[in-house]
Design a protein around this ligand. Structure first.
Ligand code: AR6
Length: 183
């Protein structure tokens, strides 16, 4: 009887993962891991990267200096220092050029690489910014469906996460992710 109950609980958990879309500053949202839309140097920059480094404090940059950079589409993990999280997962998204330079595949790779690292570190609540759609100019209407689809595919029929949350910095971004989630 208890085995059956455990199985039901496990099955329910599998279906229970929530993809949440919120408006706000990702540095203020508690999570197990916060994803940073970085660049291949991992040495900071503007946008969400600048905000994450500013909120985490100088120890984050010091740890990032030891990592030797990161390829586009790949990800590396550090501690989160003063951020309300255990880890920061840094991923350099693709710079949008004309769409013929594997930008879409590379963006999907970013989400996969981050989810893989988060899972390996036991993170159940992960927050994402809208990778590449700021300074890297990836069109939002293309980026949001890629992000949502990649997360759904990665998590399908698995009990890895409780909540994957997109923390959007403006209404337009929030709307794009909501539309992608509805489709
Ligand atoms: N919380 C949540 N989202 C934010 C925040 C924040 N505090 N600040 C900005 N955004 P971007 P990219 C949103 O430019 O396009 C850096 O210099 C922003 O409105 O931060 O991947 C890196 O070092 C947009 O929706 O990242 C790289 O050189 C989204 O985050 C380069 O920018 C992504 O915008 C990466 O460019």
């Amino acid at each position: 009887y208890s085995d059956a109950l455990r199985l039901i609980c496990a099955l329910e958990r599998k279906c229970n993962m929530e993809i949440k879309i919120t408006l706000g500053d990702i540095t203020k949202v508690p999570a197990d891991a916060i994803v940073n839309a970085a660049n291949p140097t991992l040495l900071g920059g503007g946008g969400v990267d600048g905000a994450i480094h500013a909120a985490a404090g100088p120890e984050l940059l010091a740890e990032c200096r030891t990592l030797g950079g990161c390829d586009t589409g790949d990800a590396k993990i550090t501690k989160a220092y003063r951020l309300p999280a255990q880890y920061v997962i840094h991923t350099p998204g693709p710079v949008w050029r004309d769409g013929d330079d594997c930008e879409e595949e590379l963006l999907a790779d970013c989400y996969k690489s981050c989810l893989k690292l988060a899972a390996e570190h036991g993170c159940r609540h992960v927050t994402f910014p809208s990778i590449s759609t700021g300074l890297f100019r990836f069109p939002l209407s293309k980026a949001a469906p890629i992000a949502v689809r990649t997360i759904k595919e990665f998590c399908k029929n698995k009990d890895i996460f409780d909540c994957i949350e997109f923390v959007c910095f403006d209404e337009k971004t929030k709307k794009a992710y909501e539309t992608a989630l509805e489709d």
